[in-house]
Write a protein that binds this ligand. Structure first.
Ligand code: 5GP
Length: 181
């Protein structure tokens, strides 16, 4: 990486959201979630792999107990969406019935992922579900579900870092970068 940002597969990424801004935003979201779920124990459903760092950071700032579960499926190849793919790690259906669930996402783009998950969660008989998204591309969102906890509304540019990858590179960066125009 040089001072401007990383080069991944020959493409230059430039600084976009710093680790300090991320930390501040995570603390703010954790405060809201802790207040909204005071006295309860919501289920955090982490959408692997990208949401892992966000979920860890968020969890560590919560003042309510949570239960953790993960789901993973493949939907992205390179820098363009290929739609909802197959579930590689499935929902723990028996643990979800009657629960309040918070879906933890690194990024909501078209909204296909969260719409699909919402349906799956309803079918499991959850009490209710909300979404916490570190980043949200409002301009690309095709869904109708409200997203309760939004970290950063971002423009339509491909981003990496803080869990988000470009073909499995870049997830480890503590800051978020966007593809240079
Ligand atoms: P959606 O289903 O909302 O279209 O897409 C959600 C998923 O697409 C995210 O979990 C993420 O894996 C991927 N995605 C969408 N936009 C970006 C982006 O700008 N950068 C990266 N790294 N992944 C993205």
């Amino acid at each position: 990486m040089n001072s401007s940002g990383p080069l991944i597969h020959g493409r230059r990424f430039v600084p976009y959201i710093s680790r300090d801004r991320i930390a501040e935003k995570v603390a703010e979201l954790a405060g809201r979630i802790s207040a909204d779920y005071a006295g309860e124990r919501p289920m955090l459903l982490v959408v692997l792999n990208g949401a892992m760092p966000f979920a860890v950071a968020l969890m560590q700032q919560l003042t309510v107990d949570v239960e953790l579960c993960c789901i993973r499926y493949a939907s992205y190849v390179g820098t363009s969406s290929t739609g909802t793919g197959k579930e590689v790690i499935g929902l723990p259906e028996e643990r979800l019935k009657g629960r309040r669930v918070i879906v933890v996402e690194d990024i909501v783009d078209t909204g296909r992922t969260i719409a699909y998950l919402h349906e799956r969660l309803q079918a499991c008989g959850v009490k209710d579900s909300e979404v916490a998204a570190l980043t949200f591309k409002r301009g690309k969102y095709l869904g109708t579900l409200p997203i309760r906890y939004i970290g950063f509304e971002i423009e339509d540019a491909f981003v990496v870092g803080f869990g988000m990858d470009y073909d499995e590179y870049g997830r480890q960066y503590p800051d978020i970068y966007q593809l240079e125009e």
